[in-house]
Design a protein around this ligand. Structure first.
Ligand SMILES: Nc1ncnc2c1ncn2[C@@H]1O[C@H](COP(=O)(O)OP(=O)(O)OP(=O)(O)O)[C@@H](O)[C@H]1O
Ligand SMILES: [Mg+2]
Length: 278
């Protein structure tokens, strides 16, 4: 792959199987995907279809069973500073205060203390954590801990941000603020973002492009462009009153719903109890 490619992330012939005691489990179907620099891509799909598996492979935590991942022209062989990750499960350090969790990546990178403190203060304000800088994670609510994890990833200023349902545990009001901030921040800083969510509204609101995955073992069954973001960040008020955006939400919702219905028995078929339960 040549380094001048406009694509920041390339997923080529990717397919992943996990080894288990009962033999290999196919986590994803065949996936090919290109994400140009500065694009915000969101991914929706049924539970268990392989979204996290794909994200972990891009992050470098999983070695693909088949195919490869290329970031900035280099094949991914492990995690790197160029890719910041916010996981579905919380990953902050319980023995560090909010301030020192957010500044953790900067400390490792050797950023001088004064600059580190400025960045941390900005992100504390942005994520609504003011007044809690010196608290430890166990003294925070679940949503606040998730905000610390988001702030910590932003602080390290990676080119590529990989987010796995980062706002799922955040209260509704804070979530709206974080989504608006994320939309404008990533737009102005030209970050390349790969963002997993179960919320169709969130997927369309944030994205330049929404990808829909089929049920397990998932492949990418649709890619829907969301045009308006090119003009700048979004706010929820104009989003919810814009007929074009609402039409895209309905289109994505239909694609996601079809996937769910696929698992159900059709007239004349014998229902498969395992499929029904999953
Ligand atoms: N470490 C593992 N070992 C074995 N199987 C796994 C492992 N991790 C994931 N799987 C399986 O791979 C499939 C895809 O999992 P993955 O976590 O990627 O799904 P997902 O789309 O992120 O789901 P969700 O929306 O529920 O988070 C699932 O069937 C899961 O059971
Ligand atoms: Mg997942």
């Amino acid at each position: 792959m040549d380094a001048t490619s406009p694509d920041k992330i390339i997923v080529e012939g990717f397919q992943h199987f996990f080894e288990t005691a009962d033999g290999p489990v196919q986590a994803t179907g065949l996936i090919d995907l290109k994400i140009p620099a500065a694009e915000f891509v969101t991914l929706v799909g049924p539970s268990g279809c392989g979204k996290t598996t794909l994200l972990k492979a891009i992050a470098g935590f999983i070695t693909p069973t088949r195919g490869r991942i290329v970031c900035d022209g280099k094949t991914v062989t492990g995690p790197g500073r160029d890719r910041g990750v916010v996981f579905q499960e919380l990953a902050i350090l319980p023995w560090r205060t909010v301030r020192r969790n957010i500044g953790h990546g900067l400390e490792i990178a050797g950023v001088p203390k004064a600059e580190r403190e400025r960045t941390v203060a900005r992100l504390v304000a942005l994520t609504g954590l003011k007044g809690f800088e010196d608290r430890y994670p166990h003294e925070l609510s679940g949503g606040m801990r998730q905000r610390v994890a988001v702030a910590r990833t932003w602080a390290a200023d990676p080119d590529i941000i990989l987010m796995d349902e980062p706002f799922a545990a955040v209260d509704a009001m804070t979530r709206l603020t974080l989504q608006e901030e994320l939309a404008s921040l990533t737009f102005s800083t030209r970050k390349t973002v790969f963002f997993i969510t179960h919320s169709v509204d969130e997927a369309v609101f944030l994205a330049d492009r929404v990808l829909v995955m089929s049920k397990r073992p998932g492949r990418i069954k649709a890619s829907i462009e969301v045009p308006r973001r090119k003009a700048g960040g979004r706010d929820w008020e104009s989003f919810t009153t814009d007929p074009e955006m609402q039409a895209i939400c309905e289109q994505v919702l239909r694609l996601v719903r079809d996937e769910r219905m696929d698992g159900a028995a059709r007239p004349g078929e014998t229902p498969d109890p395992l499929k029904e339960a999953s």
